[in-house]
Design a protein around this ligand. Structure first.
Ligand code: NAD
Ligand code: LMR
Length: 332
C-alpha cells in the first residue's frame, strides 16, 4: 500500500541552498524512493515572486513523489502540520567573515520561528537547522520552543563530515563510499575538530585504519584538519557564494540517516543537544558521532580521546559557550 505523504518544510526556499534542496527532496533523496512528500516552502516577502517561480518549476518537473507544494511568506502557514523542518532561511556569510558574524541577523529569525514550529508542526517533527551559525541558531530554536523534545532539534555538520570523507578519499585514491567513521566534533565553524582516529577504509581484505593507510601524521594532524575547517571559506572564495549543492545533499543525508537509520557499524556526525558525553558541557548543540535507529539518534560512546583531541574538543566547546552568550546579547 502507498505510504501517506510526509510534509517537509524548507525555510529560505527561494535561496541558493533551497533551490538545490527542494528537487532532491521531491526525488526521494531525503525520505526514500517510496515516500511521497508535500513541500512547504517559506521565504520572506521580498523573495515571494522568486519563491513562486521555484514552485512553478517544481510543478513543471512532474516529480512522481511530490504530492503538493505550498509556497508562502507566512511562518504559521508554512509550519502547520510539518513532519520534517529544514531551516535554511537566513543570511549567508561573505568572503572574509566568520560564520558567527551573521549571528545578529540570524538568531532573531530562529527565536521568532521557534514558536511557529512549536505551536503548529506535527507532533514529533524532526528539525534540522542549516543556517549559520548553525549550532547556535539550533540552540536558540530549542530554548524558545521548550515543548519540542530536545532530541528533535539538530544542526547540520554532515557537510563537514562528508568533506572529511572526501579529503581522505582523495588522499588515498579510494572511493569515498569506502571511507567511514570520521567524526566532526563541536561547532560548524573553523574551530570544529575533524577526527580520523577511529576512521577506516573498507577494503577487500577487511577494514584498515585511516591513520595506518595515510601513514603521515603530520598531514592528518595539520593540513587535513585545516582544509576541512576552512572548506566553507574556500568555496566562498572560489564561487563568490557559499556552498549550496553540497549543503543541500548533506542535509538530505542527515535527515535520511536520522529517519531511516545509519548503515551497520557506521556512524555519522550530527549537531545534537549535549548530554555531557565526552566531557562536553551539557546544554550546547555540539557535533558528535551518532548512530540512528527507528528515528532516534544516539551518541556513540566509548571512543578513546587522546590529549591532542581533548584540547580540540574543549576549544570548540568553548567557542560554543561564547556564541551562546553573544546570541543572547543579540536578542536582548
Ligand atoms: P541565500 O541568501 O541564497 O538564501 C537564504 C534565503 O533565506 C533567502 O531566500 C532569504 O530571503 C531567506 N530568508 C531570510 N530571512 C528569512 C526568514 N526570516 N524566513 C524565511 N526565509 C528567510 O543563502 P544560502 O546560500 O541558501 O544559505 C542559507 C544559510 O545556510 C546561510 O546562513 C548559510 O551560511 C548557511 N549554510 C550552512 C551550511 C551548513 O553546513 N550548516 C552550509 C551552507 C550554508
Ligand atoms: C559552509 O560550510 O560551506 C557553510 O557554512 C557556508 C559558510 O559560511 O562557510
Amino acid at each position: 500500500m502507498a505510504k501517506d505523504a510526509l510534509r517537509v518544510l524548507v525555510t529560505g526556499a527561494a535561496g541558493q541552498i533551497g533551490y538545490a534542496l527542494v528537487p532532491m527532496i521531491a526525488r526521494g533523496a531525503m525520505l526514500g524512493p517510496d515516500q511521497p512528500v508535500i513541500l512547504h516552502m517559506l521565504d520572506i516577502p521580498p523573495a515571494a515572486e522568486s519563491l513562486n517561480g521555484v514552485k512553478m518549476e517544481l510543478v513543471d518537473a512532474a516529480f512522481p513523489l511530490l504530492k503538493g507544494v505550498l509556497a508562502t511568506t507566512d511562518a504559521v502557514e508554512a509550519c502547520t502540520g510539518v513532519n520534517v523542518a529544514v531551516m535554511v532561511g537566513g543570511f549567508p556569510r561573505k568572503e572574509g567573515m566568520e560564520r558567527k558574524d551573521v549571528m545578529s541577523k540570524n538568531v532573531s529569525i530562529y527565536k521568532a520561528q521557534a514558536s511557529a514550529l512549536e505551536k503548529h508542526a506535527a507532533a514529533n517533527c524532526k528539525v534540522l537547522v542549516v543556517a549559520n551559525p548553525a549550532n547556535t541558531n539550533a540552540l536558540i530554536l530549542k530554548e524558545f520552543a521548550p515543548s519540542i523534545p530536545e532530541k528533535n532539534i539538530t544542526c547540520l555538520t554532515r557537510l563537514d563530515h562528508n568533506r572529511a570523507l572526501g579529503q581522505i578519499s582523495e588522499r588515498l585514491n579510494v572511493h569515498v563510499g569506502s571511507v567511514k567513521n570520521v567524526v566532526i566534533w563541536g561547532n560548524h565553524s573553523s574551530t570544529q575538530y575533524p577526527d580520523v582516529n577511529h576512521a577506516t577504509v573498507v577494503t577487500q581484505g577487511g577494514e584498515k585504519s585511516v591513520r595506518e593507510l595515510v601513514a603521515n601524521d603530520q598531514w592528518l594532524n595539520g593540513e587535513f584538519i585545516t582544509t576541512v575547517q576552512q572548506r566553507g571559506a574556500a568555496i566562498i572564495k572560489a564561487r563568490k557564494l557559499s556552498s549550496a549543492l553540497s549543503a543541500a545533499s548533506s542535509a538530505c543525508d542527515h535527515i535520511r540517516d536520522w529517519v531511516l537509520g545509519t548503515p551497520k557499524d557506521t556512524w555519522v556526525s550530527m549537531g545534537v543537544y549535549s548530554d555531557g558525553s565526552y566531557g562536553v558541557p551539557p546544554g550546547l548543540i555540539y557535533s558528535f558521532p551518532v548512530t540512528c535507529e527507528k528515528g532516534e539518534w544516539s551518541i556513540v560512546q566509548g571512543l578513546k580521546i587522546d590529549e591532542f583531541s581533548r584540547a580540540k574538543l574543549d576549544a570548540t566547546a568553548n567557542e560554543l559557550v561564547e556564541e551562546k552568550t553573544l546570541a543572547y546579547s543579540c536578542l536582548s
